[in-house]
Ligand binder design. Structure first.
Ligand SMILES: *Cc1c(COP(=O)(O)O)cnc(C)c1O
Length: 364
């Protein structure tokens, strides 16, 4: 038996007729961009996150970009973030003209080390941008305390954390504003690209709505220099259908994670602390030595694994101009060399987990 990394087809097949019916309705109505399907999804997603506002956009990267802009981040500002993330977190900061300032990663939870944030704050610091990596929320209580005390904005990269919760607060509303991605492989994925900004702040929501649509409330009247970051109707419809199943899918991921935890503890495999509230397991990763060999031997046994992500952002060539070097963030660098993502899927069965872990046991 092969174990795929993620089986999207199995999630989509039972919904295919419903997708096609809604897509047919949109073709008939001509509401290809924004429109009622997107508005409906925005309401449902806001309710799901406990937000007053959710604004649908075309990608998670755009959601981050607009969240930053709506908080007033721009040239001359600094934004504190983590090098242990997908590159888009950092790209979005650079799009605004602000400078990303990295802080090393917490070795226990793999999210930004909140105890190191304060010493990275300067007069130019405008925002802190933690990433809820792999679906595990950052230490938001500490970050919020720092942000509030220092008068800094707190923006969540929740692109991997749909439905995560910590201290009783949902991802996307713990800070001032949150950014979600609906890239197909995310816990809630579109049938194409998609993203959303969530907030309880009416002014931030107003700005994001303006900025995603050419700075225009009245057609051909442009109040701000802005973008075309609109969500399309098909994606709004598909996301509305899939959102109904998200809690159930998350429970499936959490069940699979428990099975992994039990087996891997027996094997003495190193994994991060999951004492972080409701972790939604976008990714289930462990640390292994000799990772390339393990990946290829797992593949020989029919098990797909992956790396999220092999190079921390401060060492990516694209951002060499920021001036960071090997050794600047030893935790982030060590994790990037060792972490390995195992199959994780809402329908991943206990027997598949057993197959993955017993194969691992024979390799490490
Ligand atoms: C996926 C992702 C993004 C970007 O989202 P897109 O929809 O692909 O633009 C940003 N940050 C993180 C942490 C992500 O995982």
């Amino acid at each position: 038996m092969t174990v795929p990394f993620l089986d999207l087809n199995a999630l989509h097949q039972p919904l295919k007729d419903e997708f096609l019916a809604r897509i047919g309705e949109i073709i008939d109505s001509g509401e290809f961009i924004l429109g009622s399907a997107v508005e409906e999804f925005e309401k449902q997603f806001a309710a799901f996150c406990g937000a007053d506002h959710a604004i649908g956009v075309n990608t998670g990267t755009s959601a981050l970009h607009l969240a930053l802009l709506a908080c007033g981040v721009g040239p001359g500002d600094e934004v504190i973030t983590t090098p242990s993330t997908f590159v888009a977190t950092v790209s979005a900061i650079v799009y605004t003209g602000a400078k990303p300032v990295f802080v090393d990663t917490d070795p226990a939870t793999w999210t930004i080390d909140a105890t190191k944030v304060e010493s990275a704050i300067s007069k130019r610091t405008k925002a802190i941008l933690p990433v809820h990596l792999h679906g595990r929320m950052a230490d938001m209580a500490t970050l919020k305390e720092i942000a509030d005390r220092r008068g800094i904005v707190l923006i969540e990269d929740a692109c991997q954390a749909h439905g995560a919760r910590r201290d009783g607060t949902q991802a996307g509303v713990y800070g001032d504003v949150g950014a979600f991605s609906f890239y197909p492989g995310k816990n809630l994925g579109a049938l194409g690209e998609g993203g959303a900004v969530t907030t309880r702040n009416a002014e931030i929501a107003r700005k994001v709505r303006l900025l995603r649509n050419w700075g225009s409330e009245v057609r051909y009247h442009h109040d701000e220099h802005a973008f075309n970051y609109r969500m399309d109707g098909f994606q709004g419809a598909a996301l509305g259908i899939k959102l109904r199943f998200l809690d159930q899918w998350t429970e499936g991921r959490r069940r699979a994670a428990k099975h992994y935890d039990r087996r891997l503890d027996d094997l003495g495999v190193t994994r991060p602390s999951d004492d972080v509230g409701r972790h939604v397991y976008h990714i289930y990763a462990i640390l292994v030595d000799d990772r390339d060999r393990v990946i290829s031997e797992l593949a020989d046994l029919g098990i797909q694994s992956a790396i999220h992500y092999p190079i921390p952002v401060h060492l990516q060539r694209a951002y060499r101009n920021l001036g960071y070097e090997v050794g600047d963030f030893p935790v982030a660098e060590r994790l990037a060399q060792k972490w390995l993502s195992l199959p994780m899927d809402p329908n991943l069965s206990e027997s598949s987990v057993e197959q993955v872990t017993s194969s691992l046991a024979s390799l490490i």
